[in-house]
Design a protein around this ligand. Structure first.
Ligand code: ADP
Ligand code: MG
Length: 913
């Protein structure tokens, strides 16, 4: 017995349809689903069987009108009459109506035999008996030994048909995943030997009565039908399993229950339904037995029936309390090209299945007078039958209205297990059993209504299939071994003379009539000699054969020991793989959960993705719109800008030309005036000395440049500018030009080769008469003492009310001040310190800068009492040029500041520091 999975209502292998097209199992399944649409469908075929009344005097409420119509007449005491107040007859049409006189054989031939034929041809079938309790379901399905029902007849006919083409046991093996694999005959033989010899796995011997295939100890009458659907070039093997669904739990009726000497047999474990890799439902870890004869099949059936839950109810002394399912799986595969063995290709295996279901009675609880466990049972039975009805109704509605409502197969184990039949393909047939007793009318009417409705459910038609693997037909017939099955046949065929172990003819007459008999004695002597020779030859042959046998025995023992070892190893491996399978199952369960979760998440994320994609599309459209709007604005703006630029350029050009005209005249005028002044000054210099300026500390020496005439100093933008502004360079002189600016003076005093240009340049505009506000004594002095100046510590100090002292001149400082004074210190060779303070007016220029017009110099000389020379931090005066150059350096700071200011001023405007 194999502890293997079963239930695979589909093809494995590569069968082909009659029109020679290769069809894989998947494609068959797919086509099965589509074929509903194409019309290749068959309805669920429902047959009605009316059983005879137990008591002929009983009220009868069922009357078969024809071979397809049956009439139900409610008795007066029925609920229907009570409800309607009148007797209303009901008529139901079925595929065929069998009356009470129909034999078991007729029912089998009409309903089940075609399913067996289909099974052999590789098609699936489901047949169930349905009806209220005691309506004859079990009778129709199983029957009695003398009058067998459908199930035993199916087995009889199946084995009758495949008897010559059966594969040896264990050639086909379960792959433990609801499928089959094929092994060589040699491997199968080893497995057979192992199973027969090993104590642990020996098949229990069948009782003699059952060996004959009887029900218990009753002799049965088998069905002699032989079908012609078998393919000679195929090998066939039959596997059966037997389960029951009780209280919506699945139990294996063939499972060996563990026995405990104290507590007895342990209760059976419930089985779970699983889906295999092809989405087919099967009972996990269900025992599936390979049977080679109807006798073995009956042994299995008998064993299972003993285990069926049978309980007594008020209606039927042996009412089946569970749904029983006897499952026959026929495995077939083609022979190899030599016609000897099955082709070793698992893809060429074809598995078909016939499920025979004896449903529990569909009685109502109040009628059975059930209570407690029995009541619960009845509830569960009705529940699963209700689930079957629901599924049928929804299937019918879906097919009628082309709707896609979910069929609640999972509501009960019964419907879940047969899901593949309704969803996939194969034939589904139902026999509605009816008890014509008037009391049963109210129950029977429900059964009939449902049965009639079931006929509207359509099942996809399974394709006619046969193998086409490109091998020559008739391989089996050509096979040598098959031709000469017996050993004698083989010997004859091989012309091997068999050894004759007889002693030959009997003794010759050895009666001695005389003492000297020379005839009898020599004859006897000769005979005995020959017999002796013959015995010796026999002894020799016997010895040879016994030696041979001994060698074979030794060989066998050796292989037996090897097999034992192998068996142990195998058992260990089986145990290991079982635990591994359990682990895998656990993982599969968790993976299934995760897969469900993932698919939910995937759907959710798909939805979000779609939403986001829609949003992105919207945004893209908006962005494109905005982009095009921007482009439009940009081009508008560019056009306007160009127009403006052109306008401004034109204006500016005009303005520039105007200014050039205006300033050109002014500059020329000023240049003329300057030339005139220069001439005057040059003339005046030779005539008279300048009057002494006002002296604060001391009247400056004539060698010191003093300014007596204010308003004649101007600054330039840079040294270069100053040079350019300056007139023709004069010879270096210590006498300052009266009224010239410091820079101008310097420009005059320092002949520089760079000052080559005589072109008059425009003077930055400032007002020499401008005075910054002097209200409330606002004359602010800017005291510029360059870093490094030494403290005078003199007694006489300039008295200035408001002043701002800086060491580095910034433009902003000149803005607030109205007066400017620059301290300059020199030390001569006698260590006498000379401090000069250059004073000037700060005048704002048109460019936003400040011009300083130096108008005075104060000089303070401090003479050292001793003649000791000391070093001063001040730079050593060298000559007048050096002095002026120093002043110029300091002023440069102001000029730089002016440069900065100039950068900020408008282009073209005059600037000052
Ligand atoms: P169910 O399985 O529907 O509860 P059974 O098959 O056990 O009912 O039948 C109840 C009784 O009726 C049995 O004793 C059986 O022999 C008998 N019976 C049922 N159908 C027939 C029939 N067609 N001919 C003769 N006896 C029948
Ligand atoms: Mg029954």
């Amino acid at each position: 017995m194999d502890n293997i999975c079963y239930f695979r209502p589909k093809w494995v292998g590569s069968p082909v349809t009659t029109n020679e097209k290769s069809v894989t199992p998947k494609s068959i399944e797919r086509r099965g689903k589509n074929s509903k649409k194409k019309g290749e469908v068959d309805p669920v075929e429902v047959y009605c069987r009316v059983r005879p009344l137990d008591n002929p005097d009983d009220n009868c409420c069922v009357k078969p009108l024809s071979t397809s119509v049956v009439q139900l007449i409610p008795p007066e005491n029925s609920l229907a009459v009570a409800r309607n107040g009148q007797i209303k007859e009901y008529q139901f049409t079925f595929q065929y109506v069998f009356d009470e006189y129909t034999s078991q054989k007729a029912v089998f031939d009409y309903v089940a035999c075609p399913l067996v034929d289909d099974l052999i041809r590789g098609k699936n079938g489901l047949l169930f008996t349905y009806g209220i309790t005691s309506s004859g379901k079990t009778y129709t399905m199983t029957g009695s030994p003398k009058d067998q029902g459908i199930l035993p007849r199916c087995l009889d006919v199946l084995f009758n048909t495949i008897s010559g083409v059966q594969a040896k046991k264990y050639v086909f093996k379960s792959d433990k995943m609801n499928g089959f694999e094929v092994q060589s005959e040699a491997d199968a033989m080893i497995e057979r030997q192992k199973r027969d010899l090993m104590p642990g796995i020996t098949t229990p011997k069948t009782p003699t009565a059952q060996r004959r295939g009887n029900f218990g100890d009753q002799e049965r009458i088998s069905d002699p039908t032989i079908l012609s659907s078998v393919d000679d070039d195929n090998q066939y093997a039959v596997f059966v399993s037997y389960i029951e669904i009780y209280n919506n739990y699945v139990y294996d009726l063939l499972e060996e229950l563990p026995y405990d000497p104290i507590t007895g047999y342990k209760p059976p474990q419930t089985k779970i339904l699983r889906t295999d890799s092809s989405d087919c439902m099967y009972v996990m870890n269900c025992v599936e037995v390979e049977i080679t004869s109807p006798e073995e099949a009956f042994e299995v059936l008998f064993k299972g029936q003993k285990r069926r839950k049978v309980a007594h109810t008020a209606l039927n002394a042996e009412s089946s309390r569970s749904h029983s399912i006897f499952n026959i799986r026929l495995v077939q595969a083609p022979l190899d090209p030599r016609g000897e063995e099955v082709l070793q290709d698992p893809d060429k295996i074809c598995v078909s299945q016939l499920s025979l279901v004896d449903l529990a009675g569909s009685e109502r609880t109040h009628r059975t007078k059930n209570a407690g466990d029995r009541l619960k049972e009845a509830g569960n039975i009705n529940q699963s039958l209700m689930a079957l009805r629901n599924c049928m109704e929804i299937l019918r509605d879906n097919q009628k209205n082309s709707s896609n409502k979910m069929v609640p197969y999972r509501d009960s184990k019964l419907t879940h297990l047969f899901k593949n039949y309704f969803d996939g393909e194969g034939k589904v047939r139902m026999i509605v059993c009816v008890n014509p007793k008037g009391d049963e009318f109210d129950e029977t009417i429900h059964v009939m209504k449902f049965a009639e409705l079931s006929q509207e459910v359509l099942i996809a038609r399974q394709q006619q299939v046969r193998f086409d693997i490109g091998l020559t037909p008739g391989r089996r017939k050509m096979n040598y071994k098959e031709k000469f099955k017996s050993e004698d046949d083989l010997c004859t065929a091989a012309k091997v003379p068999a050894f004759d172990f007889s002693l030959g003819p009997g003794f010759p007459p050895f009666e001695l009539l005389r003492s000297s008999d020379d005839i009898v004695l020599p004859q006897l002597e000769k005979f005995l000699e020959e017999r002796q020779k013959r015995r010796e030859a026999m002894q020799l042959e016997l010895d040879r054969q016994s030696d041979e046998f001994r060698a074979q025995l030794v060989e066998f023992e050796r292989s037996y020991e090897q097999a034992l070892v192998q068996n142990e190893e195998l058992q260990q491996r089986v145990e290991k793989s079982e635990s591994y399978v359990q682990k895998l199952e656990g993982r599969i369960r968790s993976l299934e959960k995760r897969m469900e979760e993932n698919s939910r998440n995937y759907k959710e994320s798909e939805r979000q993705k779609r939403e986001l994609a829609a949003m992105i599309q919207d945004k893209d459209v908006k962005i494109r719109q905005e982009k095009s709007e921007k482009e439009r604005l940009k081009s508008d703006f560019r056009t306007r800008l160009d127009m403006n630029n052109q306008h401004w350029e034109r204006n500016l050009e005009k303005e520039r030309q105007k200014i050039e005209q205006d300033y050109g005249g002014q500059i020329w005028e000023k240049q003329q005036k300057l030339n005139m002044l220069r001439n005057i000054v040059n003339e005046g210099d030779s005539d008279a000395a300048m009057p002494a300026p006002q002296e604060t500390f001391r009247t400056p020496a004539p060698k010191v440049r003093t300014h007596t005439t204010p308003g004649k100093l101007l600054s330039a933008r840079s040294e270069n500018d100053m040079r350019k502004i300056g007139n023709t360079p004069t010879p270096r002189s210590r006498t300052a030009t009266t009224g010239t600016s410091l820079s101008a003076a310097r420009a005059n005093l320092r002949p520089t080769p760079r000052s080559t240009s005589n072109t008059p340049k425009p003077t930055p505009a400032y007002n020499p008469r401008h005075r910054r506000s002097r209200s409330s004594n606002a004359e602010i002095w800017l005291d510029h003492r360059p870093p490094g100046s030494v403290e005078l510590d003199t007694v006489l100090q300039p008295k200035i009310k408001k002043k701002k002292s800086v060491s580095k001149l910034e433009v902003k400082d000149t803005k607030e001040a109205s007066k400017y004074m620059l301290t300059h210190q020199d030390m001569d060779s006698d260590d006498n310190l000379t401090t000069k303070i250059y004073k000037g007016e700060c005048l704002p220029t048109a460019g936003g800068g400040t011009a300083v017009v130096f108008n005075d110099v104060e000089e303070l000389k401090q003479t050292s009492p001793g003649s000791r020379k000391r070093r001063s931090s001040c730079p050593q005066p060298q000559d007048f040029e050096g002095e002026w150059s120093d002043v110029e350096d300091r002023c440069n700071i102001a000029i730089e500041g002016h440069g900065n200011a100039r950068k900020r001023s408008k282009p073209g405007s005059a600037t000052r520091v």
